[in-house]
Design a protein around this ligand. Structure first.
Ligand SMILES: *[C@@H]1O[C@H](CO)[C@@H](O)[C@H](O)[C@H]1NC(C)=O
Ligand SMILES: *[C@@H]1O[C@H](CO)[C@@H](O)[C@H](O)[C@H]1NC(C)=O
Ligand SMILES: *[C@@H]1O[C@H](CO)[C@@H](O)[C@H](O)[C@H]1NC(C)=O
Ligand SMILES: *[C@@H]1O[C@H](CO)[C@@H](O)[C@H](O)[C@H]1NC(C)=O
Ligand SMILES: *[C@@H]1O[C@H](CO)[C@@H](O)[C@H](O)[C@H]1NC(C)=O
Length: 474
């Protein structure tokens, strides 16, 4: 009975369905024509709402005073790491603290004026009364965000968290963050350079030593649920992973920025620093774990040396600029404020932008890829191996409109000339001088161009300028 009924019932339905379908087809065919006459008749016009998401134009541009820095350290590491923070910290101008695991021992007092003021981290045993964390240190690091926010929320737009061996380039940080709307939810950072680290932890997390950047609303939301989040993810083995996981729970994901560097690398970092991605340099980490970045200087001297260029012009720091000397078939590659290289043949920009693999990964997987970027192997081929020069000095020109950086040969190359391109040896060049405008360059859509203005037996002089409209660098 039920089945007969349903059969008839569905037969009836399919009749109406057919009728409806025919009607719909007619409707769709006719609608474009009828619309010409009177669009309001069939369609509701899409009216965009009065765009409430525009940043309030009353806001002043973000400056250093709007950024709070939280640096996670320990009494044990402080004596040999404070030099990294002191290299970039601007007393009475940068806001924030270094967080210590316990009160500083008497030999560390009085606390230096040149360093960030210190705070002792909270005792979290109350939060973990019932659930024990897998590693005590991990939630403590995440909780640092709350401890910083608690003190520095007035007129604060961004929180930047790092370690006591993080090196921050604050002018660039300000300029980069000023481009983002700080009233929105942002989580900025970048992954590890070593593929395996991202695989072990997450491809979607900011690595903390390189820096974790949170906009005010995100920091506020994270702080509000801090206890809950630390308990939920108490079993996690990584502070950065807990941070990402809690931020994901707020509905926010990573905005990657290639100027932030965890530096999960060992050995000689110069290959990477000579071919930095074309974005403003924001941070470095782990200088302790690598060779000093300049020859004949220790790690702190090296850091301070790089800061001389950073103090002159952070916007160009490590930006790679390439030009060619046709008469000798040479390619010049300048990593502003750090290094210069001469190759004895013409090489495309895309090729020179690949770092020479002078370094090793932090941890090596069983087989390549080891890095999150392409590399070139070091070579003893005279047509492949560069002559290498490192920053010696930074001056302002007498007229004040140019900065002159000089780069000194690091060592003899010890190879014959590249015969394929005409045997033009660059062995005698001992100095490369670079003239760049004494004006910040915030444009990131295109690199600068350069001209070789003069070369003699021992010196090459190069002048930076904007590329011409259709200029091809080749
Ligand atoms: C930063 O901007 C604020 C306005 O939000 C202004 O009061 C302050 O003077 C500025 N600070 C610096 C160092 O420019
Ligand atoms: C920072 O400010 C304090 C008090 O305002 C002052 O005593 C100190 O000398 C300043 N430090 C530096 C390095 O300017
Ligand atoms: C943290 O507080 C608990 C009691 O609330 C105490 O037993 C413990 O010793 C404290 N830890 C430190 C490092 O002060
Ligand atoms: C530059 O190199 C090319 C081969 O790549 C060669 O044909 C040319 O003669 C060289 N020019 C000079 C000036 O040596
Ligand atoms: C470069 O020098 C090598 C060895 O001196 C020679 O064999 C070769 O022919 C030279 N090449 C050119 C293009 O002059």
């Amino acid at each position: 009975m039920a089945s007969v009924f349903s059969k008839d019932f569905f037969a009836g339905i399919s009749f109406w369905k057919t009728l409806l379908a025919v009607g719909l087809v007619l409707y769709l065919i006719l609608i474009p024509f009828s619309n010409i006459g009177n669009p309001q008749l069939f369609l509701i016009k899409w009216v965009s709402s009065s765009s409430p998401s525009q940043p309030d134009s009353d806001f002043s541009r973000t400056n250093l005073s709007h950024i709070a820095f939280g640096l996670l350290g320990s009494v044990k590491t402080w004596p040999h790491r404070r030099g990294y923070l002191e290299a970039w910290w601007r007393p009475n101008r940068t806001r924030g603290y270094v967080y210590l695991d316990r009160p500083p021992t008497p030999d560390l007092l009085p606390w230096p004026q040149t360093a960030p003021p210190y705070r002792i981290v909270d005792n979290l045993s109350e939060i973990f009364r019932n659930v024990k964390p897998r590693f005590e240190l991990m939630p403590r690091m995440v909780h640092g965000i709350l401890e910083l926010f608690r003190e520095e929320h007035d007129d604060m737009r961004w929180i930047v968290m790092g370690d006591d061996d993080s090196i921050f380039f604050v002018d660039n940080i300000v300029d980069v963050l000023a481009e983002y709307d700080h009233t929105k939810y942002y989580y900025l950072g970048w992954h590890s350079e070593s593929v395996i680290s991202n695989y072990w932890f997450s491809f979607d997390q900011a690595f903390g030593g390189g820096g974790i950047v949170l906009s005010y609303p995100l920091a506020k939301a994270l702080v509000k649920d801090m206890d809950g989040c630390l308990v939920r993810y108490a079993q996690s083995s990584s502070a950065d992973l807990i941070t990402m996981t809690c931020i994901a729970d707020i509905g926010v994901n990573l905005t990657p920025h290639k100027g932030i560097h965890q530096v999960d690398l060992h050995g000689d970092f110069s290959g990477y620093l000579s071919a930095h991605p074309k974005v403003p340099l924001m941070t470095f980490h782990h200088f302790d774990a690598m060779d000093p970045i300049f020859p004949n200087k220790d790690r702190f001297q090296s850091t301070r040396h790089l800061m001389k260029a950073a103090d002159a012009d952070q916007s160009r720091l490590l930006q790679q600029t390439i030009c060619y000397q046709r008469q000798s078939n040479w390619s010049f590659s300048i990593s502003w404020g750090y290094s210069a290289q001469i190759y004895e043949r013409i090489m495309p920009r895309s090729y020179l932008q690949m770092p020479i693999e002078t370094f090793r990964p932090w941890a090596k997987g069983p087989k390549p890829p080891f890095y999150m970027f392409n590399t070139r192997p070091p070579s003893n081929n005279p047509c492949e191996a560069p002559h290498v020069f490192f920053l010696e000095s930074v001056y302002k020109s007498v007229s004040g409109d140019e900065i002159v950086t000089s780069y000194l040969r690091a060592r003899p190359r010890g190879l014959p000339a590249c015969s394929f391109s005409g045997n033009h040896s660059a062995d005698s060049i001992s100095t490369i001088q670079v003239f760049s405008p004494a004006k910040k360059r915030l444009q990131t859509d295109r690199c600068e161009c350069c001209d070789i203005v003069r070369t003699d037996d021992v010196k090459a002089q190069i002048k930076f300028r904007e590329c011409k409209i259709d200029e091809i660098i080749a």
